[in-house]
Write a protein that binds this ligand. Structure first.
Ligand code: SF4
Length: 186
């Protein structure tokens, strides 16, 4: 990489099973520098990106993979395996460096463009269809949640200890995508 390269390293520091799909993995990787200044430019060139400017996060779907880029790290889910994880890391570093190199030609976009998909949310709900939220199914609740017409606090079952990992993943996704989430919900 040249001396004008913006990001030199994105190191995978944690790999665990993917909650949304047990046959896949998720990983956390740390940047060697703060990359948040590139987000408005990435948001301008990536169709379907979910950008949260105040929260400094950018969420992308890429070939079924879910990637959330923070200022100093990446959280990736639905990754095939460790080789796939390395491919994703190389892709992100290349994307950010290319975007940074061309930033003078890109008009930055500070707007959040999309809400979360219902399917992304429903996979992380308990799936019991208990109706305690007032909806007939978790899918129906997910649709209301995606549209920001209901708070995640209404789903009582997700606060059970059995769902603590799902809860953490859902909270990460909601926060990363600019949804309002009470600080107590962690
Ligand atoms: S309360 Fe939660 S688990 Fe029960 S139906 Fe609603 S979303 Fe599903």
């Amino acid at each position: 990489m040249g001396k004008d390269t913006f990001v030199h390293n994105l190191e995978i520091v944690r790999v665990i099973a993917c909650l949304a799909d047990p046959n896949k993995i998720r990983f956390t990787a740390n940047f060697d520098r703060d990359v948040a200044e590139t987000f408005p430019y990435l948001n301008a060139i990536l169709p379907g990106a979910i950008y949260n400017h105040p929260g400094k996060t950018l969420t992308l779907h890429r070939d079924g993979r879910l990637l959330t880029i923070y200022a100093l790290k990446v959280e990736a889910a639905k990754i095939e395996n460790r080789d796939d994880a390395q491919d994703v890391v190389r892709w992100i570093v290349g994307l950010i460096n290319e975007c940074h190199r061309k930033r003078a030609t890109i008009k930055p976009n500070f707007e959040r463009r999309e809400r979360l998909g219902v399917i992304d949310i429903v996979k992380l709900l308990p799936g019991t269809n208990c109706k305690r939220c007032g909806q007939p199914t978790c899918l129906a609740f997910a649709a209301f949640l995606a549209a920001e017409r209901v708070s995640i606090m209404i789903c009582t079952d997700i606060f059970l200890s059995d769902y603590s990992e799902r809860r953490k993943e859902l909270i990460t996704l909601l926060k990363a995508s600019g949804y309002s989430v009470p600080e107590s919900f962690v």
